[in-house]
Design a binder for this molecule. Structure first.
Ligand SMILES: *Cc1c(COP(=O)(O)O)cnc(C)c1O
Length: 424
């Protein structure tokens, strides 16, 4: 059995001072989470001294793995010069230039300290630009904690604007939901609200509803609707930017008005970015009098995050994207083979360096597909691999063939153990 004594002891202390011992829902696992001591490259070591290959990389954020020497150097150098100021710094200009150069639609860029905030600012920018109240989002998709987008975000995908508990009725009424990859179904909803819609907010590779890429047909339908109605097309690529050098939309043959990024664009320091066509981004411009949308934040464009971002983008060459994309394809292939040989109808989805095992059915001995997925998560941990307990994983640039081969062996072994224990 797995040794997790020190994690259990830490969790016992944590429950005394934090609700459920937790400060981030996504990292909780029952009966308690495994606490990490350190990470290096593709690997993490937990507090009991057990080393594993990390395929979760902080919810896909750490595209260069842990403590990458060039990242550490850039961040440490920035910290040594002061961590934040009530003045702009040269690195924010350099970083904005680097990000803007990646996609022709990233004409103007604005920084926040998290993806949640960046989504919030993009939605508010669309409202300020259009002077309309409503937003449309994909049923089931996750866009962070902002209340306007924390509607129907549980992955279920049913077409009702249901709230997280406590979300006011007015907020819920102003968020309408559209079915992913269904052009007719989406247009039917959008047309009904066309005069009131500030934006259509999508994630082109939405992980919570299965990590399938958006179809060209659906993206074209949304683009056409937005052009005709004046709604702003916002692409939340906080998670999915990593699928290609130019981001997810360009890879899928589409164009957003505003793109929201985060996670890998700084790969370890707090970050969010709103990037888009000048006409939309002009709502933030304070140089011509009070802007339509004033936007401040004590840590916006702080030099530590900016320096981390510059280092991350420097390492994220087109070749790096290509290489981790190929490793992602290999990883997906090995999982599909193992599932096929086990006679299980689960899917493995994803694009580029992102993957997700989608548990469709409960094997013998399990109450639900999710319970079997959780069992697989714990078996993988026992066998030296860390992925998300929802089946989410990704490739980082320090990984190579060796890590993918180890992963394939551990996945097949863990799956076999899960099924055998269910039958026993
Ligand atoms: C992670 C994520 C967010 C939230 O970003 P944070 O930096 O965690 O606040 C928003 N949207 C998507 C698609 C994400 O994957």
């Amino acid at each position: 059995a797995m040794i997790t004594e020190k994690s259990a002891a830490l969790y016992a202390r944590a429950v005394e001072v934090m609700p459920g011992g937790n400060s981030r829902t996504a990292v909780y696992s029952s009966p308690y989470p495994v606490y990490v001591r350190s990470g290096s490259g593709a690997r993490v070591t937990d507090v009991d001294g057990v080393e594993r290959i990390d395929f979760l990389n902080n919810s896909t954020t750490l595209i260069h793995g842990h403590a990458h020497p060039e990242m550490v150097e850039a961040i440490a150098a920035a910290v040594g010069h002061g961590t934040s100021f009530g003045m702009p710094t040269p690195v924010e200009v350099e970083y904005a230039e680097a990000l803007s150069a990646r996609n022709e639609t990233f004409e103007h860029v604005r920084f926040t300290s998290s993806g949640t905030e960046a989504v919030m600012m993009a939605v508010q920018a669309a409202r300020a630009y259009t002077e309309r109240p409503k937003i449309a989002k994909i049923a089931g998709a996750y866009h962070g904690a902002y209340d306007a987008v924390a509607v129907n975000n549980d992955g279920s995908g049913n077409l009702i604007s249901h709230a997280v508990t406590g979300n006011p009725e007015g907020v819920v009424a102003n968020t309408v939901v559209i079915p992913f990859n269904d052009p007719e179904g989406s247009l039917e909803v959008l047309r009904r609200h066309a005069d009131d819609l500030a934006c259509v907010l999508i994630d082109p590779v939405p992980w919570r509803i299965g990590l399938l890429p958006a179809s060209k047909e659906w993206l074209d339908a949304l683009r056409e609707f937005c052009d005709a109605s004046g709604a702003v097309l916002i692409s939340d690529e906080v998670g999915s930017y990593r699928v290609g050098y130019h981001g997810a939309m360009q890879l899928l043959g589409a164009e957003a008005d505003i793109t929201v990024m985060g996670k890998v664009i700084a790969a370890g320091m707090p970050i969010g970015a709103v990037a888009g066509r000048r006409r939309f981004m002009s709502v933030f411009d304070p140089s011509k009098g009070k802007p339509a949308l004033p936007h401040s934040g004590s840590y916006n464009a702080n030099p530590v995050s900016m320096s981390s971002g510059i280092a991350s983008l420097r390492l994220l060459t087109p070749q790096a994207h290509e290489r981790i994309g190929q490793l992602g394809e290999q990883a997906r292939g090995s999982m599909r083979t193992a599932l096929g040989e086990a006679g299980l109808d689960w899917e493995v989805n994803g694009l580029g360096s992102l993957f997700r095992v989608v548990a469709n059915s409960a094997p013998a001995g399990y109450d639900s597909a999710a319970a079997a997925m959780k069992a697989l998560y714990w078996k993988l941990l026992e066998n030296g691999i860390h992925i998300g307990d929802s089946g989410l994983g990704c490739i980082s640039t320090p990984m190579g063939e060796e890590e993918i081969a180890e992963y394939a062996v551990a996945f097949a072994k863990s799956l076999g153990q899960v099924l055998a224990e269910g039958r026993a």
